[in-house]
Design a protein around this ligand. Structure first.
Ligand code: ATP
Ligand code: MG
Length: 277
């Protein structure tokens, strides 16, 4: 486990209990989607996973070692675990896109060449090289979102936490973001992201955690949990449509019980075509 949160409790000033004994385990190299209704505690949990918030009870371990909340501990933690906030306006602060993306790597005391390479890579990966010299406050929402993700990716963290990374992106932007995240995952980065989109989680995540009322209702393999009608009902989530098509095909005897369910549009369409033929 790269991150292990056990029995986390947290109440915001004013008394709202946001985490109520939450357990979450993040395996190294996994792509974990966090799903759950508004107010379930998803953002609050991410803020705990990089030390922005400290639980009133419970513990967090990073790579098997308990985290430390002193200055050195937090610096080391945030270097290894990056966080992309839901609202890019809360994250971007430098005058230009390039300055913003460079800020983190510059503070890692890396050689200048290495900083330049990382920043160029991140700008290119998020396809915002052409925006490098633009003021961050003059970008569209989706462009700001990409700039914020580029800044976190340029730090090359072991774990990247993303709060609603796809929300507000157009279809092309979302597909592109997922391909970038896939590349990061393939190069060994562990991904933890929140989303309200069960179809995105179904197609992209290998693990899901279903949040409800400040707790994890269930955590496990995406293919098992998001195909479990009873669990989805309890978590108040819709069934991913590709899973629904696959299960309907199974019920009609057109897909073997042990054959995998389609993961995305192309696979679902291929299945429908095969059924028609
Ligand atoms: N700054 C804050 N001060 C007080 N209460 C807060 C604050 N931020 C969140 N809360 C409360 O904590 C609970 C958990 O909120 P959180 O933002 O973690 O939910 P979420 O699962 O991320 O929801 P969403 O899907 O809407 O983003 C909610 O009841 C919310 O009202
Ligand atoms: Mg949230």
């Amino acid at each position: 486990m790269i991150l292990d949160a056990a029995d986390l409790h947290y109440a915001y000033p004013g008394g709202v209990e946001a985490l109520a004994g939450l357990d979450l385990r993040v395996a190294k190299g996994s792509r974990l989607a966090i799903l759950g209704p508004n107010g379930a505690g998803k953002t609050t949990l991410l803020l705990h996973l990089n030390g922005t918030l400290k639980p009133s009870q419970g513990s967090i371990a990073l790579d098997g070692k308990p985290v430390a909340y002193d200055r050195k501990g937090l610096t080391d933690w945030r270097r290894r675990v990056g966080l992309v906030l839901q609202d890019p306006d809360d994250q971007l602060f430098a005058a230009t896109v390039k300055a913003d993306v460079s800020f983190g790597p510059l503070n890692l005391d890396l050689p200048t060449d290495e900083v330049r390479t990382r920043v160029e890579w991140a700008l290119d990966a998020l396809r915002i090289s052409d925006l490098a010299d633009r003021p961050t406050h003059m970008l569209s929402f989706g462009q700001k979102k990409r700039a914020a993700i580029a800044g976190a990716a340029a730090m090359a963290p072991e774990v990247l936490l993303l709060d609603e990374p796809a929300a507000g992106l157009d279809a092309h932007g979302e597909a592109h973001l997922l391909s970038v995240l896939k590349r990061l995952a393939e190069s060994g980065t562990t991904l933890v992201f929140t989303t309200h989109d069960v179809d995105l989680a179904w197609g992209f995540a290998d693990q899901v955690a279903l949040f409800k009322g400040g707790k994890v209702l269930a955590q496990g393999e995406t293919g098992t949990l998001l195909a479990d009608a009873d669990l989805l009902r309890r978590a108040r989530l819709k069934r991913p449509w590709a899973a629904a098509i696959g299960q309907a095909a199974r019920a009609a005897g057109k897909l073997a019980a042990d054959a995998p369910l389609p993961k995305d549009r192309d696979q679902a369409l291929a299945l429908l075509q095969a059924m028609g033929g």
